[in-house]
Design a protein around this ligand. Structure first.
Ligand code: F1P
Length: 341
């Protein structure tokens, strides 16, 4: 089988996976609403490991933005091993996210949370027969996110989109929740329109480092895309908040550096100014946005619900670079599908 067979199929089948996940959420919406986070909890905490920790970061920022509830994200290892510097003393809604549902740190963090009676556990995972899917007061299982390759792509975007739906429901934003059904078509357009650009950038051996800039609900997504580039292609890759890039990291800009900006609408001008600075230093730039960028969603959707669209093109660039280096993104070097301790 040729390198990347599974990863390619998983990247290109994301729109169908998203549609299937939204159907699962629709069937679960009464249970989701019955958690009543505004009334019952002092805060919400999202947790996971690796990709699903970065997913938790993105989910926390978006959920707080939409609901007004205090929301934080921690790696599961922090909740497990350093609970006193992680939890507050109030009742917590813990949302544990895991593709496999069997990552040891995530299971230990949830076991300790329940033993210490800190609040209520909600889980999101892709395999209903795995331990995590049996631990929560509510367990949301998304089989369409299941994957055979190690580096998460379809699993990540499907789990992330499911949390966007959760946040819309908790925020009582019915119109935003309803608009999620337009995302699969927007995702298919992106995958079709930018395949050649991704192949061109991924295959460009003159690029030797990647910087991914994203702020607010997009910072966790920038971290995830940077991890994809590392895992799949063994490249030097780092994420930063947009405005943070000027405070030191920009010293690394050379003509061999590609800086990818996940531009928002709300702060697009200030974020574009950072990319302009990068270009002035001789660095290469790729901007990704709803409109007016090299990669354009043109979804017509509200900013709060279209962040998942930043993922496909970044995933494809990492995939293409892996293939062009003769690597196999289905089996990244040194990595296992699940970390079991
Ligand atoms: C978490 C994870 C992945 C990473 C690798 C090892 O898995 O760290 O994020 O890409 O596959 O496992 P999970 O808890 O989401 O299954």
């Amino acid at each position: 089988m040729e390198n990347g067979t599974f990863t390619r199929q998983e990247i290109f089948s994301q729109p169908e996976a998203w549609a299937a996940a939204l159907q699962v959420l629709d069937k679960t919406r009464r249970n989701i609403l019955s958690l009543k986070p505004h009334r019952r909890y002092r805060e919400i905490i999202f947790t996971g490991c690796g990709s699903t920790y970065y997913l938790s970061m993105a989910a926390a920022a978006l959920t707080q933005d939409l609901t007004g509830i205090a929301v934080r994200a921690f790696p599961a290892s922090e909740l497990w091993l350093s609970p006193r510097s992680s939890y507050t003393d109030g009742k917590t809604l813990l949302v544990a996210v895991s593709r496999s549902g069997e990552t040891t740190e995530t299971l230990r963090a949830c076991e300790a949370f329940l033993k210490d009676k800190r609040g209520t556990l909600l889980t999101l995972s892709c395999y209903g027969d795995m331990p995590l899917a049996k631990m929560g007061s509510l367990n949301i299982v998304l089989p369409s996110g299941q994957e055979r390759s190690v580096a998460q792509t379809r699993a990540f975007s499907t789990l992330y989109l499911s949390i966007v739906a959760l946040a819309c429901l908790w925020a009582r934003r019915e119109e935003l929740y309803a608009s999620l059904s337009e995302l699969p078509e927007a995702g298919t357009r992106l995958l079709n329109n930018y395949t050649s650009l991704a192949a061109e950038l991924g295959g460009d051996a003159s690029i030797d480092r990647f910087y991914w800039l994203g702020s607010g609900p997009r910072q966790g997504l920038a971290c995830e895309l940077s991890l994809k580039m590392k895992e799949m292609s063994l490249s030097h890759s780092e994420p930063f908040h947009f405005m943070e890039f000027r405070h030191g990291p920009k010293s690394m800009i050379t003509p061999s550096a590609l800086t990818l900006g996940l531009l928002s609408t709300v702060n697009g001008q200030k974020e574009s100014a950072v990319l302009k600075d990068v270009k002035a230093l001789g660095g290469r730039v790729l901007d990704i946005a709803e409109a007016g960028a090299q990669v354009r969603f043109e979804s017509g959707l509200d900013e709060a619900v279209r962040n998942v669209l930043y993922l496909p093109v970044g995933q494809m660039i990492a995939f293409e670079r892996s293939i062009s280096k003769g690597l196999n993104p289905d089996r990244p070097t040194n990595l296992d599908t699940v970390v079991k301790l």
